[in-house]
Design a protein. Structure first.
Length: 607
């Protein structure tokens, strides 16, 4: 999109700040496209606050809005945390839906975002579009009922209205994607009463969350719609998970966790942010990767570093980056973010019969960054019952400091949160052992695997693009496939030994399964024939695996990637092999940049 394009949703970050998220954005785009075929069940996108969830939804709507061929209108409603009456909320909800539906049908982004638009205005909107004409008939009926009724009819009118997107989609052929951000707040913000009563109760301090109407439960039927399915999201992780996975909505939603960026993409984001907010900063690719590793690729933390008011802010070496991160965690925006969260969840975090024990449990919990929390080990360390630790971890779950999956508690991949907790509680606890929260071991491991990681992250972004063949050591052009799965893999057939594949990608193109396998060499030394033969043997093992399992033998494309280039023997061997691509440092850099990389892949100082 060019700078002059009017977007239906005004995005909250600079357009170029949107980094990575290619795979999940592509999946959500496919989800919306599949609504026309009625094969897209309702789903939930769950992420901790500041992970970029709303930015992702904004970009999704701005993308699919300009795809009229999908014939799926995005209805995007953001919940606000202001207390309101059901009658007023109904009018806002209905107006937003009809305005956005008509805007999509006419590809009018200015109308989509026009919050001054009144529902009566739509009746004057001239249109020959069948779906719009049907929508206008429904608007007339809605307004007649709304104006004739009062707050007593609001609940019945609401129940009737939320089925309308499906009804309109059925009759018009233009389906609907019902996208609601901060869905869990629909439990606590809307009251089925008069405006005067709401104001009076609020003035007396009697307006409680428990007195609100739980509107999420009213979607029990609509959450199963295939013509107007739902995509809901929430940053109150535990609450939104319980909302969509239990109660009236239980079993109706799939769900996806939005994770931090990969470390390479976090480095790309940091360099982009520094150009925008701290242009005088000097940062090498290696130091950008270090900062990304030390913040776990968290987009908000990287933003905090780029706009920090630390007097000695610099990115010229690792010590400077460590000082900046420490400042942000102990004094800056990261501190303020988590301090507010802890205050808001005080009833869970600090409510203990033994305050000191509670703080110790939280402190020792920090050892489990991005791991299952071993409550038995914490109990043994503190010489208390496992039950006491389990009770506290349950409280931390309710406070969105851990998440639960497969009947186990896991710590979020959030090293800055762990460091904040350590800073907050260690100074209050005497004689407590130090917990090492350094990411140096992660960074050392990253350096060893970095090329594999770059190739893996880049392959996940492939989507049938046409690239210059010279990037792969070939002439002409090469179409890269869309992969459904990309990771490392071991291959072993009944007649072969086991082979580790650095990067393995599997996809289906025109009904044919295609597999790419990659051998990476990240040194200044040229790749020799030994690595080539290893990859060829791995390809044979993959084919043998398929035959052993009586599956169709896939097409296997081999790809050699070497930062140090290749020996003459290898170049001679592969030059006429269509089944072997080969990329040197310039080649893989070119591919990396084609998919969002804004720096050259570094060769680390101590490599």
């Amino acid at each position: 999109m060019n700078e002059e394009t009017i977007l239906p949703v005004e995005e909250m970050v600079a357009y170029e700040e949107f980094t990575d998220r290619v795979e999940i954005l592509r999946n959500l785009d496919a989800w919306i496209k599949n609504i026309q075929r009625m094969t897209a069940p309702s789903t939930a996108l769950i992420a901790p606050r500041r992970m970029g969830k709303t930015v992702l939804l904004d970009r999704l709507v701005n993308t699919v809005f300009f795809k009229p061929e999908y014939k799926v209108a995005p209805f995007y409603f953001r919940m606000k945390r202001e207390k309101t009456t059901l009658r007023k909320f109904l009018m806002e909800y209905a107006t937003t839906f009809f305005r956005q539906y008509i805007a999509y049908c006419h590809q009018d982004p200015a109308l989509f975002k026009d919050i001054s638009f009144k529902l009566k205005d739509s009746l004057e909107y001239r249109s020959e579009h069948k779906a719009v004409q049907l929508a206008k008939e429904m608007i007339q009926y809605f307004l007649k009922r709304y104006e004739e009724g009062g707050y007593e009819d609001a609940r019945n009118h609401w129940d009737a209205f939320i089925t309308l997107p499906e009804m309109l989609a059925s009759h018009s052929g233009t389906r609907v994607a019902v996208i609601i951000d901060e869905f869990q707040d629909m439990k606590f913000s809307v009251y089925d009463t008069t405006r005067a009563h709401l104001v009076g109760m609020k003035a007396k301090g009697l307006l409680t969350d428990q007195g609100a109407t739980n509107l999420t439960a009213t979607y029990d039927r609509m959450s199963q719609s295939r013509k107007a399915p739902m995509l809901v999201s929430g940053s109150a992780v535990t609450l939104v998970f319980r909302t969509v996975m239990g109660g009236p909505l239980g079993g109706r939603f799939g769900f996806t966790y939005l994770k931090p960026l990969s470390v390479p993409d976090g480095a790309v984001l940091l360099q982009t942010l520094l150009k925008l907010y701290f242009s005088e900063a000097k940062i090498t690719p290696e130091n950008a990767l270090y900062a990304s590793a030390q913040t776990g690729g968290h987009p908000y933390y990287l933003y905090c570093l780029s706009v920090s008011d630390y007097e000695n802010k610099a990115f010229n070496d690792k010590d400077a980056i460590d000082r900046l991160i420490r400042y942000e965690i102990e004094n800056g925006k990261i501190y303020g973010f988590w301090q507010t969260h802890f205050e808001d969840n005080r009833k869970y975090i600090n409510a203990d019969d033994d305050d000191t024990l509670g703080r110790k449990i939280i402190y020792y919990f920090t050892k489990y960054n991005n791991q299952p929390v071993d409550t038995k080990a914490i109990a043994a360390k503190l010489d208390v019952s496992k039950k006491a630790v389990d009770k506290k971890i349950e409280k931390l779950y309710q406070a969105d400091l851990v998440y639960r999956t497969a009947a186990r508690f896991y710590s979020f991949n959030d090293i800055c949160l762990m460091r904040f907790i350590k800073f907050l509680y260690k100074q209050e606890l005497e004689g407590i052992e130090d917990i090492d929260l350094s990411q140096q071991s992660l960074f050392n491991n990253l350096k060893g695997r970095f090329l594999e990681l770059v190739v893996q992250v880049t392959m996940m972004k492939f989507d049938y693009e046409i690239l210059d063949g010279k990037l792969f050591g070939k002439t002409g052009e090469i179409s890269v496939p869309l992969f459904q799965f990309v990771d490392t893999k071991y291959a072993k057939g009944t007649k072969t030994r086991s082979f580790q594949i650095d990067v393995y990608g599997r996809g289906i193109t025109k009904g044919v399964e295609r597999v790419w396998i990659c051998e990476c060499k990240y040194t200044k030394v040229k790749m020799g024939m030994k690595k080539v033969k290893k990859l060829e043997h791995a390809a044979e093992a993959l084919k043998q695996e398929a035959m052993d399992a009586e599956r169709t033998v896939p097409e296997v494309q081999m790809w050699l990637v070497s930062s140090g280039g290749f020996t003459g023997e290898v170049l001679e061997y592969v030059k006429n092999r269509d089944d072997i691509y080969f990329s040197d440092h310039d080649g893989i850099n070119g591919i990396f940049r084609a998919f969002g990389g804004n720096y050259n892949i570094p060769v680390f100082k101590d490599s």
